[in-house]
Design a protein around this ligand. Structure first.
Ligand SMILES: [Zn+2]
Ligand SMILES: [Zn+2]
Length: 165
């Protein structure tokens, strides 16, 4: 009975995380359809060909690192990420545009102190590993090269992020 409660809690927690994960996270490699594996701070690497991609968060972080003091409008112009998405990241405290806050947050999964976001590094990685397992289970026809031309690229791209989670 305790186990069921715990399971329900975890499912709820996972749903909440997915709700805030509107970051255009790459799931499959645009070059070879391999699974994109989370490397940290918004960076993903294809496990098959090594191609690197960034989610919106990674793009913004990279921009802010090379343009310290940039405003959200500049970040938006420089990355192509909408100001609305940037505002949401700030609200979620995933992004620190002015790194002068000393307020420590707690990881919502394990309670560790963190400077931004909702999860500590370890829990964030764990969360992504789960998504990657799921992606592997739904990997599009990777071992059937003969079939790979059957799905038009555009259709595939459109379906990429429309899973019901
Ligand atoms: Zn690849
Ligand atoms: Zn944690």
């Amino acid at each position: 009975m305790g186990n069921v409660d715990r399971e329900e809690k975890q499912i709820k927690f996972r749903r909440e995380l997915l709700d805030i994960s509107h970051l255009n996270m790459p799931t499959f490699c645009e070059k070879c359809q391999g699974v994109m594996v989370f490397k940290g701070v918004g960076e993903y690497k294809c496990e098959d060909c090594g191609h690197l991609e960034y989610d919106d968060y990674g793009k913004c972080r990279n921009y802010i690192e090379t343009h310290p003091g940039a405003t959200s409008a500049q970040v938006s112009a420089g990355t192509g990420v909408s100001q609305k998405a940037i505002r949401q990241m700030l609200k979620d405290q995933r992004l620190e545009i002015a790194p002068n806050s000393h307020a420590f947050l707690k990881c919502e999964s394990c309670g560790a102190s963190i400077r931004y976001g909702r999860l500590c590094k370890a829990c964030e990685v764990k969360y992504h590993r789960e998504l990657e397992d799921e992606a592997r289970a739904h990997k599009p026809h990777s071992n059937m090269s003969g079939f790979s031309t059957k799905i038009p690229k555009s259709e595939e791209g459109a379906k990429r992020f429309t899973k019901d989670w």
